[in-house]
Design a protein around this ligand. Structure first.
Ligand code: HEM
Ligand code: HEM
Length: 400
């Protein structure tokens, strides 16, 4: 099968891109709907919702890069002509839908990504990049604006995909022609077709539809009373005050060969919103980024940062994204910790004392190193025990 397109056939590269895109889009679409609708009342439900959103975003970002590569390739290729160009309306409709699909392939994941980058916290993308984006401020207004666009653009995408699949099925089942088969692997005989009549109507119609979608999305995004993005699972906390960390320590204690060894990370940042007086159990959210190479662990620092353990050269940051919940008279951050590229649910119980605008926070939790593939070569506890204690203490000042 030739790799490039001809005037009547799709080549191997275009077909591979087409079906890879179809797989990614048809996965990301239902995942978005399921993640969005998933409940988040209990800890287990919150962990599941975060996981679903992380998967959705990771598949979506992959689709974005595959789409860019696909479009770059399509620009170098002839577009196989429709098999029935005499059916004017049908051909124009199919081409309009193709343009809508191409535009959606870029705009849907991009709007989702911009929304994610502007929102503080929750459900990280599992790729080791892209939690924030250059020039995208972390602000609820910007996040809501892109959430509005993502909402409307996903509807344009879904409608186009439905029309597109219906068209493909009509060709296969009603017309019984080669339209679907020429997008499948292998070579198929293509009957002589009248020369295509190129028209600018399809691309102009698609552009006009996208302009309407842009206007609608903007309206929705700007609506002051729109509830905050549900992906952040922190409906009541978007307006909670922000706290700026003034001093703090992030310590870890490991247990090598029966002993205990403590150390800490010198460089990390925490973005905290927290309102102890908020009604209900959800009182804030926190997003922590840790610079892994800033770890000091005495004589074993270099070994701990090496490939067997934290692999800092390959995974220079660890991230924790969590919602702050009331728990037994104190609080607990409940969310996802990503270390060494692996994400797992992590809960950190903590206490807070507030004196005017200054909060003092103390928290401690125990993690299992195996959840993050740390020291996989040390499968039993004789060299290094599985539990790792993490302690955080900080003072923060209420912003504004
Ligand atoms: C091709 C890729 C994608 C498709 C087909 C897609 C589709 C969807 C769908 C159908 C929803 C539910 C919308 C609703 O009815 O409210 C959704 C929500 C969402 N998606 Fe995507 N998405 C894609 C990529 C992304 C990416 C790359 C990100 C972030 C990196 C992302 C982040 C989100 C977020 C945060 C929501 C929740 C929005 C809200 O709560 O208002 N999506 N997506
Ligand atoms: C089960 C699902 C799908 C089927 C059966 C299908 C089928 C087809 C067929 C038969 C063609 C060739 C049309 C022709 O020869 O004129 C085509 C082209 C195309 N498909 Fe799909 N498709 C599916 C899913 C998707 C999805 C999810 C997307 C993207 C969101 C997509 C994007 C496109 C685009 C952009 C073209 C035009 C390619 C070009 O000529 O440049 N398809 N599809």
């Amino acid at each position: 099968m030739p790799l490039g397109n001809t005037a009547t056939r799709y080549g191997g590269v275009a077909k591979t891109f087409h079906w890879l895109t179809a797989l990614l889009i048809l996965t990301a679409l239902p995942l978005g709907v399921i993640a969005n609708g998933a409940p988040f009342e209990t800890d287990a439900e919150i962990a599941r919702k975060i996981w679903l959103f992380s998967l959705h975003k990771t598949v979506g970002v992959t689709a974005f890069f595959v789409a860019l590569a696909r479009i770059a390739w399509a620009l170098t290729q002839p577009k196989p002509a429709a098999l029935h160009p005499d059916r004017r309306f049908e051909t124009r409709l199919a081409e309009t839908v193709h343009w809508l699909l191409y535009a959606s392939l870029v705009l849907v994941p991009l709007s989702g990504w911009l929304h994610h980058a502007a929102a503080t916290g929750f459900a990280p993308i599992w790729w080791p990049f892209g939690q924030t984006l250059p020039f995208v401020p972390q602000s609820a207004a910007v996040a809501n604006f892109f959430a509005g666009l993502h909402f409307v653009f996903t509807k344009v995408l879904a409608a186009s995909v439905i029309l597109h699949i219906a068209g493909a099925l009509k060709h296969a089942l009603v017309d019984k022609d080669a339209t679907l088969r020429r997008m499948l692997p292998g070579t198929v005989a293509i009957p002589d077709t009248p020369p295509p009549q190129s028209s600018r109507t399809p691309i102009l119609t698609a552009a006009a539809l996208y302009l309407v979608a842009l206007a609608l999305g903007t309206l929705i995004g700007l609506q002051a009373d729109r509830p905050p993005a549900s992906s952040d699972a922190a409906q009541s906390t978007q307006t909670a005050p922000r706290w700026i960390v003034e001093t703090g320590t992030l310590e870890v204690a490991i247990m090598p060969q029966g002993g205990t060894l403590s150390g800490g990370f010198g460089s990390w940042s925490a973005d905290i919103t927290f309102d102890p007086d908020a009604p209900g159990d959800r009182v804030g959210q926190v997003f922590v980024t840790v610079l892994v190479p800033s770890l000091g662990l005495g004589t074993v620092t270099a070994q701990a940062l090496g490939p067997d353990f934290l692999d800092a050269a390959l995974y220079p940051t660890a991230e924790y994204s969590a919602e702050i919940l009331r728990a037994n008279g104190a609080y607990a951050a409940s969310g996802t910790l990503t270390v060494k590229g692996k994400s797992a649910p992590a809960t950190l119980p903590f206490t807070v004392e507030i004196d005017g605008d200054i909060a003092t926070l103390l928290g401690e939790t125990v993690l299992d190193r195996r959840s993050f593939g740390i020291g996989d070569g040390y499968a039993d506890e004789s060299t290094l025990a599985f539990p790792v204690t993490v302690r955080i203490s900080l003072t923060a000042r209420r912003d504004g």
